[in-house]
Ligand binder design. Structure first.
Ligand code: HEM
Length: 307
């Protein structure tokens, strides 16, 4: 079986646009969806051909409700569901709607902008835009909190293995589970911490990005709770965004995984805590405003959907 993946394993690029759309009620979606699938394939090919060095890519994810509305293949991908909120005693990973998700990456912002414009032309008559975020590379891949983000991501062939579904769901081999959350940070509270205290929140040094030794790393630090073992990893492509003049400082958390249960386990440890109540201290400075699960079909499936 052929399974050319969408570009779920690439590294973050300099510019990114994220979009979430929700279909309008009672409309015939089929023709527009077919055109959209064709467009996604075309955008990837066209920008690769015109600007091969730009690492441009356009990835479409499809939500659980949308999959049913569009009458796509059955049975559904095994772990595709509506994300159910995860409520800890102090912080909640909220659930928010979304039928289609777009992850548009390039080194040149113009490419992201043009991809976003073409997608919007097709979707505007049939869907409402729920979110559009323009993320940027901040220094040496730092999150807006000032710490390097992405260091412990898998590399090389491990990226394929952890991002793409394998034989466990053969019908959907090469697909991927995409989970996203928009976070807003309380920067005043964050900046009131000393660098040493910020390092205890993350579990790594700020300037040099070195992991703390296990005997001094706090059990409620972000990496102590998010690390659930060497065999359970996800591909994270977080991007910072913000508008300082209106005091908006954010992280768009985005992950691709071969199973959603891996991502869910991380979320449970972060929000509920391990043991219960020992939640991730990063959440005292970061509020999840959205949370949605999508399935990313292979390019071959997009081809099939476009016919
Ligand atoms: C406020 C949003 C978030 C920010 C700013 C953030 C930032 C960071 C930073 C700075 C690191 C350390 C460097 C690295 O290895 O990448 C890290 C690690 C990590 N994060 Fe996050 N993160 C966020 C949310 C999440 C969420 C929601 C998850 C999972 C669902 C997650 C999973 C991980 C994992 C698995 C690691 C690597 C742990 C390890 O093996 O050392 N992060 N994150």
């Amino acid at each position: 079986m052929n399974f050319e993946k969408q570009n779920v394993t690439d590294y973050p690029n300099t510019n990114t646009i994220f979009q979430v759309w929700k279909f309008k009620e009672k409309l015939d979606l089929q023709d527009s969806f077919q055109s959209l699938c064709t467009l996604i394939l075309n955008l990837n090919n066209s920008f690769f051909n015109r600007f091969p060095e730009s690492r441009a890519s356009c990835i479409m994810g499809i939500g659980f409700e949308a999959w049913k509305k569009l009458s796509l293949r059955e049975p559904l991908p095994k772990e595709l569901e509506n994300f159910a909120e995860i409520k800890g005693n102090t912080h909640t990973a909220v659930s928010s709607p979304g039928d289609l998700h777009f992850h548009l990456r390039a080194d040149n912002y113009s490419i992201c902008f043009d991809m976003s414009t073409e997608i919007s032309k097709i979707l505007k008559p049939i869907a409402d835009s729920l979110l559009e975020i323009h993320g940027f590379k901040y220094w040496d891949n730092r999150s807006i909190l000032g710490f390097v983000d992405g260091t412990e991501n898998p590399h090389g062939q491990d990226r394929d293995q952890f991002a793409m579904i394998g034989d466990e769901d053969a019908e959907y081999k090469g697909g991927s589970y995409l989970f996203v959350q928009k976070y807003l940070h309380n920067m005043d509270a964050w900046q009131s911490l000393s660098t040493e205290d910020q390092e205890k929140v993350i579990g790594r040094s700020k300037e040099n990005d070195i992991e703390m030794a296990d005997d001094i790393k706090p059990s409620n630090s972000h990496i102590a709770l998010a690390n659930i073992g060497d065999n359970l990893k996800i591909i994270r492509d977080n991007m910072p965004f913000g508008t300082p003049s209106s005091n908006e400082f954010g992280t768009y958390f985005i992950s691709y995984a071969n199973s959603f249960s891996t991502t869910k386990t991380m979320l449970k440890k972060m929000f509920i805590g391990d043991p219960v109540g020992n939640y991730d201290r990063i959440l005292d400075f970061s509020t999840a405003k959205t949370g949605t699960l999508f399935f990313v079909p292979t390019k071959d499936m997009l081809n099939e959907f476009s016919e």
